[in-house]
Design a protein around this ligand. Structure first.
Ligand code: HAM
Length: 419
C-alpha cells in the first residue's frame, strides 16, 4: 500500500500541527482584533453552488462526486459561495453589516507548483453590507496587521490594488456586451499568464478583436492612477473609489504596503469593483492572498444584491515565505510536567498526582509503562517538559513527591499542595 497521502494533500504530524496552530492563531487573533465573528460551513456542498460559466480555472478544478442518493456534490474550492448561501438562507434576517471570518480547508485539482496544492486552508475575512471602500481599507488594514505580527514588513510584501470598474468602462467604450464582462475579466487575468495567441479565439468569441485587446492591454499597463485617470476620465467611479481608498489607506498608515497595478484583474468571475492581491517582493511565489468586492454574487443565487467584499489567504504560500525568511517558529511541545512512578505499586499514586496537576490546568505527560528513570528523563527532554515529578516510595509515604526543575536542575521534595 502506498503510504503517502493523495498527491497534493498533506499529513500534519505534531510538529507540522504546531506550526499550523501558530499560523492559525494569528488568523484568529487578527480577526478578533478587527471585530470579525467566526462561522463555518460543510466542506461538501452542492456542485451547482460553484459552477459558473465564465471560464474560470476554479470551476475546471472542482472535485465532484455523486453521493448514494445521486446528489451532485463538490468539495468546496473556496468559501465565498458558501458564505453567500448562508447569508441568503437567512433571508434578510441578519443584521448587516456582517464581519465574518473562517479558516476552511479548500480543495482544487491544481497543477502543483511551489505553494499550490490540491488542498489548502484559507483564512477568509468578509464584510457583507457595506457599500463603500471603507470596507476594503479595513480588510487591507487587517492583512497588514497579520503580516506585521508574523514579522514581515512592507519591504517584504506588496499588496497590489486595482478596480475592475475601470476595465468595465474601457469595455463599454469598446462596445463589448455587458453580459460578457465577467468572462472577459477571467480572460484578461489570463493575459498575464499565457501567451496572447492562446486566448485570442476566446476573446473574439466575446467580441474583442485584436485592436480591442490592444486597447485593454494598454489600459492594464498603467502603474499609476494619474495617467489611468486621463485614459478613462478623471471622475470615473473606479478612479474615485481608488482615490478615496488611498486616502483611507494613508489614514491607516498602510500605504507603504500598497501599489496600484492596473494589470491586476483576478481570475474569479464575481468581482465587481476593487480587487487586491499580495505578493512577496523578492521571493518568486504565487499570490499570498487575494480578494475584492463582489456586489452581485448574492443575486446570482436568486437573492437580491447585497454589497460585499473580502479576501482569502492560503496557508501554503505564506508558510513558504516565512520559512525562507526564517520566521517560522517551532514552539515545541507544550508539556509542563512529566510524572513518573518509581515502582508498579506507586502507579495509583502517580495517577492521583497527575490528576491534581491537570485540575490546576497543567499539561502532564504521565508515563504509562514500566520504564527506567533514565528513559523518563530522555522523554522529558524530547517533549521539552519543564519539571520531572517523581513518585517514589519514601517521599510518597511522607505525603511528598520529588520534583526536578528541568531548566535550573534544582531538586526538592514538595507536598501535593505545594506542587
Ligand atoms: P483565490 O485567489 O482563488 O480567491 O484564493 C485566495 C488565496 O487562497 C490565494 O491567494 C492563495 O493564498 C490561496 N490558494 C488558492 N488556491 C490555492 C492552492 N491550490 N494551494 C494553496 N493555496 C491556494 C478566493 O478563493 C476567493 N474566494 C477569496 C475571497 C474571499 N474573495 C472574497 N472573499
Amino acid at each position: 500500500m502506498d503510504l503517502a497521502p493523495p498527491r497534493g494533500t498533506r499529513d500534519f504530524y505534531p510538529q507540522d500541527m504546531r506550526r499550523r496552530n501558530w499560523l492559525f492563531a494569528h488568523f484568529h487573533d487578527v480577526a478578533r482584533l478587527f471585530g470579525f465573528e467566526p462561522y463555518d460551513a460543510p466542506v461538501l456542498e452542492s456542485a451547482g453552488l460553484f459552477i459558473r460559466k465564465a471560464g474560470e480555472e476554479i470551476v475546471d478544478q472542482l472535485y465532484t462526486l455523486n453521493d448514494k442518493s445521486g446528489r451532485h456534490l463538490a468539495l468546496r474550492p473556496e468559501m465565498t459561495p458558501s458564505l453567500a448561501r448562508m447569508v441568503l438562507q437567512k433571508g434578510g434576517s441578519l443584521a448587516l453589516p456582517l464581519k465574518w471570518y473562517s479558516v476552511p480547508q479548500c480543495w482544487r485539482y491544481e497543477r502543483m507548483t511551489r505553494g499550490r496544492r490540491r488542498e489548502h486552508y484559507q483564512w477568509n475575512m468578509d464584510i457583507v453590507g457595506v457599500d463603500s471602500v471603507t470596507a476594503e481599507a479595513e480588510l487591507l488594514a487587517a492583512l497588514v496587521a497579520f503580516f506585521e505580527r508574523v514579522g514581515l514588513s512592507a519591504a517584504d510584501v506588496v499588496i497590489k490594488v486595482s478596480n475592475r470598474k475601470i476595465l468595465q468602462a474601457v469595455l463599454e467604450r469598446l462596445h463589448v456586451p455587458a453580459e460578457h464582462f465577467a468572462a472577459v475579466c477571467v480572460l484578461v487575468d489570463k493575459l498575464e499568464k499565457v501567451p496572447r495567441e492562446a486566448i485570442m479565439a476566446d476573446m473574439a468569441a466575446l467580441g474583442l478583436d485584436e485592436a480591442k485587446v490592444d486597447r485593454v492591454v494598454e489600459m492594464t499597463s498603467f502603474r499609476a492612477l494619474a495617467p489611468l485617470a486621463a485614459f478613462v476620465g478623471d471622475q470615473h467611479q473606479g478612479i474615485r473609489e481608488l482615490r478615496r481608498f488611498w486616502t483611507l489607506a494613508e489614514e491607516y498608515g498602510i500605504e507603504d504596503w500598497l501599489s496600484f497595478d492596473a494589470s491586476l484583474v483576478r481570475g474569479l468571475a464575481y468581482y465587481t469593483g476593487m480587487v487586491f492581491e499580495a505578493f512577496s517582493r523578492d521571493v518568486s511565489l504565487r499570490a499570498l492572498c487575494g480578494g475584492g468586492r463582489y456586489d452581485h454574487l448574492l443575486s446570482t443565487f436568486g437573492g437580491k444584491d447585497v454589497p460585499a467584499c473580502g479576501f482569502g489567504f492560503g496557508d501554503a504560500v505564506i508558510t513558504e515565505l516565512l520559512a525562507e525568511r526564517h520566521l517560522l517558529p517551532d514552539p515545541g511541545p507544550q508539556v509542563d510536567d512529566v510524572v513518573f512512578a518509581y515502582a508498579p505499586e506507586l502507579r495509583g499514586a502517580a495517577m492521583q498526582v497527575a490528576r491534581r496537576l491537570r485540575q490546576q490546568g497543567r499539561s502532564v505527560d504521565l508515563i504509562l509503562e514500566e520504564r527506567r528513570i533514565k528513559w523518563a528523563f530522555r522523554r522529558a527532554d524530547q517533549t521539552g517538559a519543564r519539571r520531572m515529578v517523581l513518585v517514589a516510595p519514601d517521599e510518597w509515604a511522607a505525603g511528598q513527591v520529588h520534583v526536578k526543575d528541568l531548566s535550573t536542575g534544582q531538586e526538592q521534595n514538595l507536598s501535593l499542595e505545594q506542587l
